[in-house]
Design a protein around this ligand. Sequence first.
Ligand code: PEP
Ligand code: MN
Length: 346
Amino acid sequence: MIVVMRPGATTMQINEVLDRLGTFNLKGELSQGEERVVIGVLGAPIPAGLGQALEALPGVEKTLRITAPYKLASREFHPLDTVVRVRDVEIGGNELVVMAGPCSVESRDQLLRTAEGVRERGAKLLRGGAYKPRTSPYAFRGLGEQGLELLAEARERTGLAIVTEVMTPADVPVVGQYTDVFQIGARNMQNYLLLEEVGRTDKPVLLKRGLAATIEEWLLAAEYIMAQGNRQVILCERGIRTFETATRNTFDLNAVALVKRLSHLPVIADPSHGTGKWYLVPPLSLAAIAAGADGLIVEVHPDPDRALSDGAQSLTLENFGRLMQQAQAVAQALGRSLTPEPLSTI
Ligand code: PEP
Ligand code: MN
């Protein structure tokens, strides 16, 4: 349930609502809108008749039941866009944010070259997997903690914040020592113990949509993280499995636009995994921006043919630079900004 206060409701009136909720062991979470305060009610069960009783209090305009099974993640609960801050970058505001880097951290030289290259072309975060979920157990599975050390070195040199995947609850402390953003991979979207573990940290979480997850299941996965206290969740559409085999996945543009409506959380598009083909990454990146994405996460490799994972979907630095220019034009057409200039902190 949410309690919508009248414009200009006083602190005393708001507190009265909170006190009343408290008597039923319910918690109220305030969300300050442009005109009015909305109070989200957390906890269960919500007694019958509570809505009517609250509507009788001064300053209360109305109460509404939230019909979606996710609460904290829903836009009804929190009408204004959430902006997630990562170091000095804001994700979910008017400016679009691009995260770029290799699929896997392979070597010091590969990572530093990519980091410098994507920074020069306007990326604000560096991506790179150190713990890789691979379909085959015989494929390259990442450098582990050594990869995390290289990411930290790249951050030191470039000023780019880091986003990297954590695969198990046990790895959350070690990955948390290095990363700025925890990435939850598609295969782990419903690993509820992992979601709760990152939910207990104070670092932002990039939550990828599962390979065959519905939008509701995806938002419920975000709810698992948020229910533990961590409200800094960034949703990432990375394509879903359909009957189509011409592309690696079917990049779901519907989801990008719909989730912006259903949720207040920022949405980032991953057209690299969404398509599996490097030459489809630029057009789908631009389409995702047009559909309302708050940014992109793109795989970039200095020599895609020699990549140890996902080379076929990785852009060269040159192609990434071209995409950034086009992305800026699309963003501007929509009244948003995207700056292909390097971070000014260096
Ligand atoms: C990745 O980002 O390299 C990755 C493994 O992505 P996903 O979990 O979306 O497959
Ligand atoms: Mn990858």
